[in-house]
Design a protein around this ligand. Structure first.
Ligand SMILES: [Zn+2]
Length: 233
């Protein structure tokens, strides 16, 4: 089992799906955490280059907590766009990892980089197996399933699937705790506490499915399946 999680910014995956990734890792799945943009606007004092390097190290440390492979795509924070270059680069990342499952942002999330990340992955999903679209990595042999993570704070998101992350919630906190530069920045800029944020959303999603802490997902739109009429439920 190979799982590829792609977040728009360093810290998104930790907030939205770290518990699920920790559970995959514990089951022996090969987990890869990719970060699309470099988070270079996330500081009031440091230069773009300085904060991007700090955030790269923080995100790599978070991935290391669960032994995940880490991919830094280094697009400019706040300015990720879908074009030929980005699609081919995302395609190359997916083909390198050859995932069974991709976790990424919902198309209804609040942030343009989140929506673009999820959109590019959905747009290239079928292309992953097409040989005439050439990338450094070879085409996949099967089309991966894409599951959209919860939106930030759960706004406008109706879950289809829940994952119980109660037993790994401390690991999720530890992974998010690697993003030290952002916990200070978010507190000062938005009066937001990382730990409260995942505590409330984790408990809220847990409440909905009858466990203490949960993360939730929607399956991306896929080609409809054929059923025999008599077998319809
Ligand atoms: Zn983000």
């Amino acid at each position: 089992m190979r799982v590829l999680a792609v977040g728009a910014h360093p810290d998104d995956l930790e907030i939205l799906c770290a518990g699920t990734l920790a559970r995959y890792a514990a089951q022996g799945a090969q987990v890869t955490m990719a970060v699309a943009t470099n988070g270079e606007v996330g500081s009031p004092t440091l230069s773009k280059k300085e904060i991007a390097e700090i955030r790269r190290q923080e995100a790599a440390a978070a991935a290391a907590v669960i032994g995940a492979e880490f991919i830094w795509m280094d697009y400019p924070d706040e300015f990720l766009f879908s074009n030929q270059e980005t699609r081919l680069n995302f395609l190359n990342v997916v083909r390198r990892v050859r995932p069974d499952v991709i976790l990424t942002h919902s198309p209804v999330d609040y942030h343009p980089d989140h929506r673009t990340t999820g959109q590019i992955l959905w747009d290239i999903r079928v292309m992953t197996t097409v040989p005439n679209i050439v990338t450094e990595a070879k085409p996949c042999t099967k089309i991966p399933e894409i599951y959209y993570c919860d939106t930030v704070a759960g706004i406008d998101f109706t879950p289809q699937y829940y994952v119980d992350v109660s037993a790994v919630f401390e690991i999720k906190k530890q992974m998010l705790g690697c993003h030290k530069s952002q916990s200070v920045w978010l507190q000062n800029q938005y009066d937001m506490s990382y730990l409260e944020f995942i505590e409330y959303t984790g408990r809220y999603r847990g409440l909905q499915c009858g466990v203490k802490y949960a993360e939730c997902y929607q399956l991306s739109p896929t080609w409809p399946k054929r059923f025999e009429p008599v077998l319809l439920p």
